[in-house]
Design a protein around this ligand. Structure first.
Ligand SMILES: [Mg+2]
Length: 260
């Protein structure tokens, strides 16, 4: 029995997004070319690759490095046409051009401008560059991101693309990651500034609300002193509490992107 056209279209769209975006888990026969983490008897064993850092060398970094996620942190993208898209990005998939409709999270411009003044900002997404690069070209007109890292820079671990901060080539005392997915920073949870997943809520103020906290964080010697303490007394809540709740909710997955 053939599937109704709308169901076939939904499956096709989901398949395309699986290839493109980070938020869908790859299929079981997926192969990843840049595995640098292996599991032996269930134990995570990072493999050091001397001299192969993801970021260019800096003489002396006086700024803390802020790793910023893209999808559901700064924007939300979909194949579903929407009239109020901030960007429409053509992406080639399997020989065909598909339009990706991108919504900017409220206050993202203000957030990025301020972060660019305070931090060495690095865009790090598990999505493919052929989608993410043109989106960031449109999002970051002022070149706030000093580097861009895509899926090939992630480690593939337990079904998720993980952003291994130890490969950046920066002192981990001076690295933070702003990301909606706890799975992305599972190797370095103490470096994380969790944010909630954003899809289309026009009243969302989370990026704007984070600015005062991040202004203070930009001035510390070690990010751990602040992030550890704040988690203990839950001053990042409700953001932090929401993330913890998501992590402990049964059947929770990182697949939070709505199927277009
Ligand atoms: Mg994300």
């Amino acid at each position: 029995m053939s599937l109704p056209p709308e169901v076939r279209m939904a499956h096709q769209n989901r398949s395309l997004f699986t290839q493109l975006l980070c938020c869908f888990r790859p299929s079981s026969n997926h192969r990843h070319d840049s595995i640098i983490h292996s599991e032996q008897n269930g134990v995570h064993t990072p493999q050091k690759i001397p001299g192969k850092y993801l970021l260019p060398t800096v003489k002396k970094s006086d700024r803390i490095c802020m790793v910023i996620d893209l999808d559901e942190t700064l924007v939300h993208s979909s194949f579903k046409p929407i009239s109020n898209a901030d960007f429409i990005v053509p992406v080639e998939i399997e020989g065909s051009i598909h339009q990706v409709y991108v919504l900017k999270r409220p206050h993202v411009d203000e957030f990025l401008q301020r972060m660019g003044q305070l931090f060495e900002c690095v865009l790090f997404t598990a999505s493919l560059a052929k989608y993410a690069d043109p989106v960031v070209d449109l999002l970051d007109k002022k070149s706030i991101f000093k580097s861009r890292l895509f899926r090939e820079s992630c480690a593939f671990y337990q079904g998720n693309y993980v952003k291994d901060l130890s490969r950046l080539g920066r002192d981990l005392n001076r690295v933070i990651i702003v990301d909606n997915s706890p799975a992305s920073y599972i190797f370095h949870p103490d470096n994380a500034v969790p944010v909630s997943s954003w899809f289309d809520d026009t009243s969302d103020t989370e990026l704007k609300d984070l600015i005062p906290f991040l202004e203070k964080l930009s001035k510390v010697e070690s990010v751990y002193s602040v992030l550890d303490g704040l988690k203990q007394i839950k001053l990042i809540s409700p953001i932090y509490n929401q993330q913890k709740q998501n992590q402990t909710t049964p059947n929770n997955t990182t697949n939070t992107t709505q199927t277009p």
